[in-house]
Design a protein around this ligand. Structure first.
Ligand code: FE2
Length: 386
C-alpha cells in the first residue's frame, strides 16, 4: 500500500493485449480495493487465476470466546497458550472485536499450502524467527522484529529458516491498514517529520514466474471459517505487476522515535492506522529532557480505548513482572499507569531500551479461552502497596 511500484514485465497501457512469445494472452487481474475507488494493482498471470479444480472443507480452531464476569486490568503470558502448527494454523486468538483480532503464535512447522485471508489485512510482527515471505507479488526477506503488512486477498506463504523458536504477534484488521495520514503529504509522500519513511519500507521482489500445472492447495480464511481451494495452476505465475497493493515489510528498529522536553502521549509512537484502532510501538529512545521531567507515564484514563501492549524486548520501565511475550490489556473505565516505585525510579533516567507493540482499540475487546489460560491472576492488584 505505501506507494506505486512496478515489477517484471507489464504492457504499455492497462487493459490492452499483452502476449506471450507463443502468441497467447497473459491474463490480467485487477486487484482493487473499496470497489474501484481506492488503491489497486494490476497483475499479469500466465494462466487464468480462476481455474479451480475443487473446493474442500478445512478447519482451524484459533480459540473460543470467554466472557469474564468482571472487567479488570489484565496481564497474560502468551507463551502459556503455545501450541503447534504452521504460520496460520498455530495462531492462538487472544482478544478481538468487530474491527480487529489479536493472535500470538509459536510456529513449529512448515507447510506447502498457500494461504489467503479474504476478509482482513494482516500485520504480522515477527518476534522471533527469520526466513522468507513468498507471494504472487514476489519474495520478501523476513527479519526478526519485522512487521509484515499483508493486504487482504494476498496469496502468500511464510517459510522460516528453522522452527525451534518462531514467534509471531498477529493483528488481523477488518479494514485497510495504512501509514498514518499525519505522516504523509497530501499527495502521499512521507513527511520529513514522520518517524519512518519510504527508505525503511521493503517491497517484494518478483521471482521468475512458476508455470506449473497440477493441484495447488490454497487455504482461504473467511472470518472464522476456512476452506481449501485446489488451484489448477501454481498461484505464483505472474510475469509482472504494478500498483499500490502488495505485501511490505518494516522493521521496528527502523522507527526513529520522536522525543520531547516533557512526557509526550503515545500518539508519537503511532506506526499504523486502521478503522477504529491504531498500532503504536515503543522503541529505545532518549527520555524527556526537562530537568524535572518524569519519564514514566502519568496515570491515564484514555476512556475511548482498550489498550493492548505486547512486550518484545528490554526493560519495561513502568511495569513489574513483565517479560518478552507478556501482554497487558487495560480496558477503558479504569485508570492505569506505573506500578508502585516505578515513577520515582524513572526520575533522572536518561534513556530506555524497551521494545513493545501496542494496539489501541476504540471499541471494547472480547477475550478467549487462550487469554484465560495465560492470565496472571494477581496483576489487577499489582498497584497495591505491599
Ligand atoms: Fe496506557
Amino acid at each position: 500500500m505505501p506507494f506505486y511500484i512496478e515489477r517484471g514485465e507489464i504492457p504499455d497501457k492497462r487493459h490492452i493485449t499483452f502476449k506471450k512469445e507463443n502468441g497467447e494472452l497473459y491474463r490480467e487481474e485487477l486487484f482493487s480495493t473499496h470497489g474501484f475507488s481506492n488503491i489497486y494493482s494490476n497483475k499479469y498471470h500466465h494462466n487464468m487465476p480462476s481455474k479451480v479444480v475443487r473446493v474442500e472443507p478445512y478447519t482451524v480452531t484459533h480459540g473460543t470466546p470467554w466472557d469474564p464476569e468482571l472487567l479488570v486490568n489484565y496481564k497474560i503470558d502468551t507463551k502459556r497458550s503455545d501450541g503447534k502448527g504452521n504460520f496460520f494454523t498455530a495462531r492462538k486468538k487472544q482478544t478481538y472485536n468487530a474491527d480487529v483480532a489479536i493472535y500470538t503464535a509459536k510456529v513449529t512447522e512448515e507447510t506447502n499450502e498457500f494461504y489467503r485471508n479474504a476478509y482482513a489485512d494482516e500485520v504480522i510482527f515477527v518476534h522471533e524467527g527469520e526466513g522468507t515471505l513468498y507471494s504472487e507479488y514476489g519474495t520478501l526477506e523476513i527479519k526478526k522484529w519485522d512487521y509484515l503488512i499483508i493486504p487482504k486477498g494476498t496469496t502468500y506463504q511464510l517459510k522460516f529458516t528453522q522452527y525451534d523458536n518462531v514467534r509471531l504477534f498477529v493483528v488481523e484488521s477488518f479494514s485497510m491498514v495504512t501509514i498514518p495520514k499525519n505522516y504523509r503529504t497530501e499527495t502521499g509522500q512521507m513527511l520529513e517529520t514522520a518517524p519512518y519513511c519510504e527508505r525503511d519500507i521493503r517491497c517484494p521482489e518478483l521471482q521468475p514466474a512458476i508455470v506449473e500445472k497440477g493441484e495447488f492447495p490454497l487455504v482461504i480464511k473467511y472470518g472464522d471459517r476456512y476452506q481449501k481451494t485446489i488451484l489448477q495452476w501454481h498461484p505464483f505465475d505472474l510475469v509482472g505487476w504494478d500498483g499500490a497493493v502488495y505485501p511490505w515489510a518494516f522493521n521496528i528498529q527502523d522507527f526513529a522515535p520522536i522525543v520531547g522536553k516533557i512526557h509526550l502521549p503515545p500518539t508519537i509512537h503511532l506506526v499504523f492506522t486502521a478503522n477504529n484502532f491504531v498500532m503504536c510501538n515503543f522503541v529505545p529512545r532518549l527520555f524527556d529532557f526537562h530537568p524535572e521531567s518524569i519519564p514514566a507515564p502519568y496515570y491515564h484514563s484514555n476512556i475511548d480505548s482498550d489498550e493492548v501492549l505486547y512486550y518484545v524486548d528490554g526493560d519495561f520501565m513502568s511495569r513489574t513482572g513483565i517479560e518478552a511475550g507478556s501482554l497487558t490489556l487495560h480496558p477503558k473505565g479504569v485508570p492505569h499507569g506505573p506500578q508502585p516505585g516505578k515513577t520515582e525510579a524513572s526520575i533522572g533516567t536518561k534513556e530506555t531500551f524497551e521494545y513493545a507493540v501496542m494496539v489501541d482499540t476504540f471499541a471494547p475487546l472480547k477475550l478467549t479461552d487462550n487469554f484465560k489460560k495465560c492470565m496472571d491472576k494477581d496483576y489487577n492488584q499489582s498497584w497495591l502497596e505491599d
